[in-house]
Structure formats: C-alpha cells, structure tokens
Design a protein around this ligand. Structure first.
Ligand code: ATP
Length: 361
C-alpha cells in the first residue's frame, strides 16, 4: 500500500494539452474518484500513474518515491479497464491467482487470497469455470478480483462498471466498496458517473478540460460547489440554473419577482442591478401551500413518476427557463397545470455568469 502524489502533472499531445497542472495526493489506503465529462483527461491521469503514458511536465511519486522514469511493470500498480481481458484458457481460479503465481507466492496464501476475493465479489461458485462460460458482469468481477488478489501498492480502475447493466452495476459497486474497506489498497477510480463518484469516494476530484475544478469529500462538494460546472455535474437531475437580476427587494426572474431573505441582502448589495445565474437543486424547490404568498409561477410541461417521488419539468411563463422539481409521489397534477413554487432561499446558489464561479454562498 502506498500514497500517490501528483505535482504539476501536464500531458501535451503536440499542440493539444490533455491535462494541465494536475496536483493532488491520495493518502495511503484511501479511495479517490476522478470524475468529469468525456474528454476531460481522467484516463490520461490514470494512465500516467500506471506508467502507460508519461507526463510532459511535473512529478509523480508513489510511496514518496519519484517514479517518472520507472517502467509500468516496476511500479506495482494494478489497472482494470472497462474492457476486461481475462486469460481465456484459464479457469476463474487460475485467472485470480495468476499475478500471485507470477510472484512465487506460496500456495496456502494464494488459496486464502483467492477465496477472500472470490467470496467478496460473489464469484466463489464460479472458480472452476472458464471465462467464456461467464456473463459479462461475472467476467468483469473476475478482472477486478484478479487485480485485487495480488495486493498491488495501488489499484487503478478506469470505468470498470460501465459495461454492466444497472442492477449489476449497483451490486458490483457495493461489493467493490466493501472489498476496499477490507483490503485497504490505495485506489484511484475514474468515472463519468456522478453516482459512482458520490457513493464510492473518500475524496472526489472533479475535472473539466484537463484541469481540476474542485477536490473534496463528496458531501462537501455537493453542498458547496466551487462553480457552476461542479454544481450541475453532481446531482441527478442536475441543479437548475437560470438567469436573474438582483434588485434591492428581490430577484427578477422572467418578469416575476423572487423574494430574497433580508439576511443575505447585504451580501448581495455588490451585485445589485447585475444579471447573474441562480442555481437550485430540484429537491429544494417545493410546491407552495394554497393561501401562501406565491413566489414563482410554473407551468407544468412533463410529469415523470419515479416511484418514490415524481419529477416535474416545468417552465416559467413567457420565458425559456425550465425547472426540474421533485415532488411527493401522491402529487396529482398534470401537464398544462400552473403551480406556485417556493425556492428554499438558504439553498440558493449565485454564479458569476462569465466565469461560472460561485459568488454566493
Ligand atoms: P472518456 O471519459 O471519454 O474516456 P477521458 O476524460 O478519460 O474521456 P482522456 O482519454 O484522458 O479523457 O483524453 C483527454 C483528452 O486528450 C481528449 O480530448 C483526448 O482526445 C485527448 N487524447 C488522449 N490521448 C491522446 C493521444 N494519444 N493523442 C492526442 N490526443 C489524445
């Protein structure tokens, strides 16, 4: 096990900079997730750590040792990709033990490690099968197991669950989390799936355009996103973002006035008269009780029952502002209805429309 430290890692492909000035340190035994949209540079970072690619600038340390020039096979790092490659002529047991046998580990240890890993990943009953006798999900779990069984210093995973169906992805995600807490190998996991990032990570690194946008614990990033990109990337459905202008007594939004709590008015004086972007998560918009002062009026466009709750997609009249709102599963409205909505003001974010940076809170 080991810590992994990146200092100012940049990778240029001729004129194109795929990742720029990437610095972070994953402490020994932690599970970190690199997340971001396609092309943001996640795999390039992982491949650089694995030694399958190299940095054009910066330093990489594993266990506090500079490894810039250390070849991949000498880094004691295991990497699992989206497209697993098992040895087709070997049984599951032989696939799982391959790395250990190559390192001349004794038979008793091999047997014990293979059993622990196979049980954790629910493939113990498949030990005698060959890969072609397994489903895709089972094969991927064998690939994960094979990498974990040899207890590398660092475990690198590049979208390992994205080929699995939804149920299997959820199950394998949970198994992976459990397995990590029992073996404690330093793990760096790449995904574009914010649910995987939120559920698995000790710390998340959000990337866009080859640069780090924000790093932190999942709940902290979710609650205090540094900018609009992070705010809208984490959360499903995404945070609602729309233009508004602050005038001393409230926000002007598409010809309606959204009241602003007195407590934050002094903080907003600086942006009085300016058009900014407001952000609010769907779960922080509520339908207003009848008889209360209306806050905003919304025309319901689409009603999506999700079982536990309903998602309403609606628009503010005479505008192109569309809002997603979560409501209780017994809500009875339908498309075409007008509803009064209330935005929980202490959950409102203000973004700079040019830089996207969070201005408030
Ligand atoms: P995805 O989620 O789609 O796999 P990613 O975030 O992992 O994307 P990378 O594969 O790291 O992204 O690629 C980052 C950027 O670098 C992309 O724009 C990609 O086209 C570019 N890139 C990657 N490898 C090369 C290469 N060998 N030559 C030129 N450009 C490359």
């Amino acid at each position: 096990m080991a810590n992994v430290r990146l200092e100012g890692i940049t990778r240029q492909f001729e004129e194109f900079t795929a990742i720029e000035d990437i610095s972070f340190e994953v402490p020994d035994g932690q599970f970190w997730v690199l997340v971001g949209p396609s092309g943001c540079g996640k795999s390039t970072i992982l491949r650089t750590i694995a030694g399958l690619d190299w940095a054009t600038e910066g330093n990489l340390y594993i266990e506090d040792t500079l490894v810039n020039d250390v070849p991949a096979r000498e880094r004691d790092v295991a990497m699992v990709f989206q497209n697993y490659a098992l040895y087709p002529h070997m049984t599951v047991a032989d696939n799982l033990s391959f790395g250990l046998r190559m390192r001349n580990v004794d038979a008793a240890t091999i047997k014990q490690r293979v059993e622990v890993v196979a049980r954790s990943l629910d493939i113990f009953h498949l030990l005698d099968r060959k890969p072609k006798q397994l489903s895709g999900g089972q094969q991927q779990r064998v690939a994960l197991g094979r990498a974990i069984a040899r207890k590398p210093k660092v475990f690198l995973l590049d979208e390992p669950l994205s080929n699995l169906d939804a149920q299997l992805r959820d199950d394998t995600r949970a198994q992976l989390k459990q397995l990590h807490s029992s073996v404690g190998i330093t793990t760096i996991y790449v995904t574009h799936d914010q649910v995987e990032a939120m559920t698995l990570a000790d710390q998340i690194v959000v990337l866009k355009g080859g640069r780090i946008q924000q790093m932190g614990a999942p709940q902290d990033i979710y609650a205090k996103p540094a900018n609009r990109m992070v705010a809208t990337f984490l959360g499903n459905p995404a945070m609602n973002v729309f233009q508004a202008t602050y005038s001393g007594n409230g926000w002007q939004v598409a010809g309606q006035i959204l009241p602003c709590p007195t407590a934050i008015k002094t903080q907003l004086q600086l942006i009085e008269g300016q058009t900014v972007e407001l952000g609010i998560r769907p779960e922080h918009i509520v339908i207003q009780e009848l008889g209360n002062e209306p806050q905003l009026r919304l025309e319901v466009n689409v009603v999506e029952p999700l079982g536990r709750e309903i998602l309403i997609r609606g628009s503010l009249p005479q505008s192109d502002i569309v809002l997603n709102v979560h409501v209780a599963s017994d809500w009875q409205g339908r498309p075409g209805d007008y509803i009064n909505i209330y935005l929980e003001s202490d959950r409102l974010f203000v973004f700079d429309p040019t830089t996207g940076n969070t201005l408030y809170p």
